[in-house]
Design a protein. Sequence first.
Length: 134
Amino acid sequence: MDNKELIELAKKAREYSYSKISEFKVGAALLTKEGKVFMGCNIEDPSGIGVTNICAERCAIVKAISEGYIEFEKIAVVGGRDSCLEECLPCGVCRQYLNSICPRIKIVSLDNETIKTYNLQDLLPYAFNEKFDS
């Protein structure tokens, strides 16, 4: 699947965002090594900002793992308020979460009409790792 198709699926996932607090809607589309895509959206809960909220990226990963998938190639993330999209990259928590599960994953984002791709390692240069490679 190419990056443009993955971005379009992330846009679709964004439509399901439950973001009444921030009004910042985020969608993610996660591509497995097998070619299956899992979509996720951000879900906000006013009872505990940060504690009970879930980001779109973690939503997609949890869905994939709960269905037996553990190897991922890339994840597309789109976000913004209303119909306006702006470049949206995973937050620090999501970067570390992605790193613990799939440290070599590619992050695909949309900046205006330009699709950009990042290595997770470039976005999280001093990640906490179980294995301390030298």
